[in-house]
Design a protein around this ligand. Structure first.
Ligand code: SF4
Ligand code: SF4
Length: 424
């Protein structure tokens, strides 16, 4: 199958008014902390990278894409751009790309990453005909890089300061060279941060041009509150123009970047339509695999009011459905838990008992039952609070952060600007 890369609206100025792109927000976690980033979800008033109103599983993402293609058939590109980093979530990212490639053989595929963890996936990206990869490289001097990155988490180890910047840079440049060896179009984004790297971006251009980058996007840094850089002003238009002109002597420049959200959809520069956002919200409320019929949610509770039992302690699970008027939820069953003991087979028996449930809400759960239930398509959510509020919230895709146990908030990293104390 030959892809028509001329139809990529981000890379071809003449295509950007005709063709749209869709970002599938399947990658919540990030493996580095940029000092200008605060990844808040559900912030529709903001239009900046790293922001997404919802998160999707790979199969939900495919379901959403199918709906979006009906609403907007001129979508020519599927991109994965967060809201964290695609390769801090490699399973979700690669599964999504495979699903999309299988269903839409002619679709252009595009990924935007900080480059830390992409290297092992480049062969498969090329096999899947991912035609465009964006690497964000803000510094090629670790002295400057260490000002930009608070930490880097690589192969389960945390790095800070110069070591972090060196490691990130090494992997970014290796990724750039490998992408070019595999024939993938490589765009480099370099974010202009006044007083930090504004006098350095042209050096970035020189280095990445010598390594085969195809195009450079010198983006003005976006000021975001509650970040280390919140007091740094955005660069003025003249500074951006001058840097682009200098860097343009070394590499073609992309100048129509709209700093897209991680769930951007449609024509570049236009706001996401309400219809599309409803489709996205609907997708996020589906079971993780929308093809499965899972109308119920199970709860571990001693007395039937609060979520207050550990998964392994519960001797029975309460089963809830969404009420017919969809304004609440209804208790429809109580099912005995498999008896204690038996190791993994106990959790397989529980998965069979809850086969029509999309999630089980518990006070906490061990790793082993979580992985068995997850593999069976059942989400294990560690929550505390009133059952009805939590169950209804899960059914309707509401933000449940206030009910999450702190360990769970940390694990999902939603809205976490990242203390870097090891979230995985
Ligand atoms: Fe690809 Fe970036 Fe365009 Fe999205 S905005 S389609 S990630 S180039
Ligand atoms: Fe940086 Fe990660 Fe935020 Fe992207 S999501 S801007 S890589 S911290």
């Amino acid at each position: 199958m030959t892809l028509n890369i001329q139809n990529h609206p981000c890379f071809n100025d003449s295509a950007r008014h005709t063709f749209g792109r869709i970002h599938l927000p399947v990658a919540p976690k990030c493996n580095i902390q940029c000092n200008y980033c605060n990844r808040k979800f559900d912030c529709m008033n903001e239009n900046r990278p790293g922001v997404s109103s919802k998160l999707l599983s790979p199969k939900q993402a495919l379901w959403y894409l199918e709906g979006a293609m009906k609403l907007s058939p001129n979508i020519s590109v599927v991109g994965i751009a967060g809201p964290g980093d695609p390769f801090a979530n490699p399973d979700e990212t690669m599964e999504t790309l495979r699903l999309v490639r299988e269903k839409y053989p002619e679709m252009l595929l595009c990924v935007a990453t900080n480059g830390l963890d992409v290297l092992p996936y480049i062969e498969e990206l090329a096999e899947l005909q991912v035609s465009h990869v964006t690497l964000t490289i803000n510094a090629i001097d670790p002295e400057i890089g260490q000002e930009i990155y608070a930490w880097v988490r690589y192969q389960k180890r945390m790095y800070r300061d110069r070591q972090a910047a060196e490691l990130l840079l090494e992997n970014q440049l290796a990724a750039l060279q490998k992408l070019k060896r595999f024939g993938v179009t490589a765009k480099v984004n370099s974010i202009i941060i006044p007083g930090v790297n504004d006098e350095h971006v042209v050096e970035v251009a020189r280095q990445v041009a010598s390594m085969g980058a195809d195009i450079l996007n010198c983006l003005p840094y976006y000021n975001t509150t509650e970040t280390v850089f919140e007091n740094i002003p955005e660069p003025d238009a003249e500074m951006v123009r001058e840097i682009q002109a200098e860097a343009g002597k070394l590499l073609p420049q992309m100048k129509h970047c709209a700093r897209c959200r991680a769930d951007a959809v449609g024509i570049i520069g236009e706001f996401n339509s309400d219809e599309m956002m409803q489709k996205l919200a609907e997708a996020s409320r589906m079971p993780k695999n929308p093809d499965e019929h899972r109308p119920y949610i199970a709860v571990a509770s001693l007395e039937g009011v609060l979520i207050n039992q550990h998964l392994g302690e519960a001797d029975r699970f309460l089963i809830y459905a969404l009420a017919e008027d969809k304004k609440g939820c209804a208790l429809i069953d109580s099912r005995p838990a498999p008896p204690p003991g038996g190791g993994k087979s106990r959790w397989e028996a529980l998965a069979a008992t809850l086969a029509d449930c999309r999630a089980v809400l518990v006070n906490s759960a061990g790793d082993s039952p979580q992985s068995v239930l997850k593999a069976s398509g059942i989400d294990v959510l560690s929550l505390e609070g009133v059952i009805e509020e939590a169950v209804y919230g899960v059914f309707t895709g509401q933000n449940l952060k206030h009910l999450m146990k702190s360990s769970q908030i940390h694990a999902c990293k939603s809205g976490c600007s990242g203390a870097g104390n090891g979230c995985d």
